[in-house]
Design a protein around this ligand. Structure first.
Ligand SMILES: NC(=O)c1ccc[n+]([C@@H]2O[C@H](COP(=O)([O-])OP(=O)(O)OC[C@H]3O[C@@H](n4cnc5c(N)ncnc54)[C@H](O)[C@@H]3O)[C@@H](O)[C@H]2O)c1
Length: 244
């Protein structure tokens, strides 16, 4: 699908991976709506790159619906949705209270489903959804960092493959290992030497995730596909239609 002239929504775009992805879509000629709960940072980042900021909480159905309505009212209607908002903070399951870990599920899974559900009829036959999951959600390794985050990201990967394409809208997913955003680099700098032992030597540049978004939008043959990106390795698509 052509990107120039399309209306694109990127959630969680006030910083990190989302802001880099949004900036790339702006450079490719899209009309980009940067959606974020952080109004101050979001408005500044959007103004700097020539996008439009929309303040919203995507974990709320009303927030997701208003965002998609706003985008769809623009010239040409909504064409691209990047479900990027995500993350977690301590404490984590099972030490955290249910209300705390439920918010992690809401942000990393429910918000993806709410935005997708609102966007599908809006995009009807002319759209692409790209979900940003995480390497935390793949495989059978332990992930003590935040099991609920790993579970939500695994669900996003499965949701993508399970849906594949709906009414002409292609749904794909990027699953990165550690991404070298400013916030991630700051948190690594604050780690103890023992904690740092688990950190890969080379982090993924946020631009590599943006490359993946652009590929999924442009290539009309890709639907229900999962792009895994491990630190120090090239991006690759998981095989299609596998039983394992
Ligand atoms: N950084 C990494 O190492 C890494 C690795 C794998 C996957 N990911 C995934 O990539 C995505 C982006 O990660 P990041 O590191 O840039 O995160 P980040 O924390 O830097 O940015 C997330 C953005 O989402 C916004 N946000 C949070 N809650 C929101 C809500 N309810 N409604 C709207 N916006 C909300 C925040 O304000 C923030 O701007 C996430 O889905 C994350 O899980 C990140």
């Amino acid at each position: 699908m052509e990107i120039a002239g399309r209306v694109a929504v990127v959630t969680g775009a006030a910083g990190g991976v989302g802001s880099v992805g949004a900036a790339r879509l702006v450079r490719e000629g899209a009309d980009v709506i940067l959606a974020d709960i952080d109004e101050e940072r979001g408005a500044a980042v959007a103004a700097e790159m020539g996008g439009t900021f929309f303040a919203t909480d995507v974990t709320e159905a009303s927030g997701a619906n208003h965002l998609i309505d706003f985008a769809n009212e623009r010239d040409g209607g909504l064409g691209i949705l990047v479900n990027n908002a995500g993350g977690y903070n301590r404490p984590v399951f099972p030490d955290a209270a249910a209300a705390h870990w439920e918010r992690v599920l809401d942000l990393n899974l429910r918000a993806v489903m709410l935005c997708t559900q609102a966007a599908l009829p809006a995009m009807a036959r002319r759209g692409v959804v790209v979900n940003i999951a995480s390497a935390a959600g793949t495989g059978t390794r332990p992930y003590d960092g935040a099991p609920e985050y790993a579970a939500a990201k695994a669900a996003v990967i499965r949701l993508t493959a399970a849906m594949r394409e709906r009414d002409g809208v292609r749904i794909n997913c990027i699953s990165p290992d550690w991404v070298g955003t400013a916030a991630v680099r700051e948190s690594i700098a604050a780690m103890t030497d023992t904690e740092r032992e688990d950190v890969p030597d080379v982090l993924i540049e946020p631009d590599v995730i943006a490359d993946g978004v652009i590929r999924f939008v442009r290539d009309d043959t890709l639907a229900g596909r999962i792009m895994v990106i491990w630190c120090g390795e090239r991006s690759r698509l998981l095989p299609d239609n596998r039983r394992d």
